[in-house]
Design a binder for this molecule. Structure first.
Ligand SMILES: C=CC1=C(C)c2cc3[nH]c(cc4nc(cc5[nH]c(cc1n2)c(C)c5CCC(=O)O)C(CCC(=O)O)=C4C)c(C)c3C=C
Ligand SMILES: [Fe+2]
Ligand SMILES: [Fe+2]
Length: 322
């Protein structure tokens, strides 16, 4: 008896998105899409839209475009380049799988990726948002887009991988390799992207997952949790975000006489504006201005083998997919 050929399995890696050029126009287009997402900014439209269109986008876009220009790579924005490279190395580890990547905001879009998979006859898709820690501002927003564009596909999504042993070991190995090459700095600081405290008070598990990740990384490094400083960066707007803030902490450490600090950003799957510019340039400068000597930035896992192995193992397992 002839059996229908099995439809191929597909993996969609989803990252945040990034401008397609380091120009004010491209940054404005990107920020407009990003900051219209109700998962990211919860203000009512009549209040937020005028503020966004007449104040934030015109003032912020040119300034942020200069920052993007300072870290831009020959192949594009670091986030775009590293995410595409990561998809390539994960693909090599998953023969028989169709592996694509998409961005929540901008290109390549989630809608286009899912359309392409449908056109190829794919029925079942695993969606892996490249956010180790779950947040309503990021992971749930990806889920919204998948629900909107995923009709007709059997989709399961990984909610988070914040305590995954393979991922934590990969992060710990990258820190250990940095120590082996450069010696251990005065302190180790893990900086995660912040979110408003209000969201955590309303039940967003993000802060607890950042704490759990930090513990898992400490255990994988074989050091006490108390040897690691956990801070939050990239505050946007005036309200209180998760604390302690990265920059304030670095300035305090500089004032206290810490000379060398090692900083990693395990909440970011790949390097991007927030790591390469905010941490490695702006915050390094703030640390030095406060009396510190050197901030040594430890790159994200990017398209490294350990990252690809950890993600491919997650994709082939059953835990956490729903
Ligand atoms: C890693 C997880 C992230 C969370 C959580 C997150 C929440 C969050 N972000 C903003 C506002 C901005 N973030 C911006 C850049 C940016 N954010 C993340 C990740 C998370 N954001 C990444 C990977 C990046 C870098 C993108 C790149 O192109 O390299 C920006 C754009 C830059 C700027 O204008 O400063 C904004 C704005 C909010 C409001 C928020 C939660 C409420
Ligand atoms: Fe608007
Ligand atoms: Fe952000």
């Amino acid at each position: 008896m002839n059996q229908a050929p099995e439809s191929p399995s597909a993996l969609l890696l989803v990252n945040l998105g990034t401008p397609d050029a380091p120009t004010a126009t491209a940054v404005r287009r990107y920020l407009a899409e990003f900051l219209h997402d109700h998962r990211v900014v919860q203000l009512t439209r009549w209040l937020w839209c005028p503020l966004l269109h007449f104040v934030i986008l015109p003032l912020r876009s040119p300034k942020v475009a200069l920052k993007y220009a300072s870290v831009w790579l020959p192949g594009g924005s670091p986030l775009a380049v590293h995410t595409a490279a990561l998809a390539d190395v994960v693909r090599r580890r998953l023969p028989g799988w169709r592996v694509l990547h998409a961005m929540r905001y901008g290109e390549p879009s989630i809608a286009a990726a899912l359309d392409a998979l449908r056109a190829e006859g794919v029925r079942s898709v695993r969606v892996l948002p490249l956010y180790p820690q779950y947040s309503t501002t990021t992971t749930a927003s990806v889920a919204d887009a998948i629900a909107k564009h995923g009709k007709g596909l059997q989709i399961s999504m990984l909610q988070d991988y914040h305590r995954d042993a393979g991922w934590a070991a990969a992060v710990a190995d990258s820190i250990r390799a940095h120590w082996d090459a450069n010696g251990r700095g005065g302190r180790l600081l893990l900086s995660f992207h912040g979110i408003p405290q209000r969201l955590v008070d309303g039940g967003d598990p993000y802060a607890a997952q950042c704490e759990a990740s930090t513990l898992a990384i400490a255990e994988a490094l074989g050091i006490p949790r108390s040897d690691i400083l956990l801070t939050f960066q990239s505050r946007f707007g005036k309200e209180r975000w998760l604390q302690p803030y990265t920059q304030q902490t670095l300035e305090a450490l500089g004032r206290e006489g810490v000379r060398t600090i090692d900083v990693a950003c395990p909440g970011f799957a790949v390097d991007c504006l927030e790591t390469l510019e905010e941490i490695a340039v702006e915050n390094a400068h703030a640390f030095r201005s406060a009396g510190g000597e050197t901030l040594r930035y430890i790159p994200c896992l990017n398209a490294g083998d350990a990252h690809a192995d950890a993600l491919a193992t997650l994709v082939q397992g059953d835990a956490g997919w729903s």
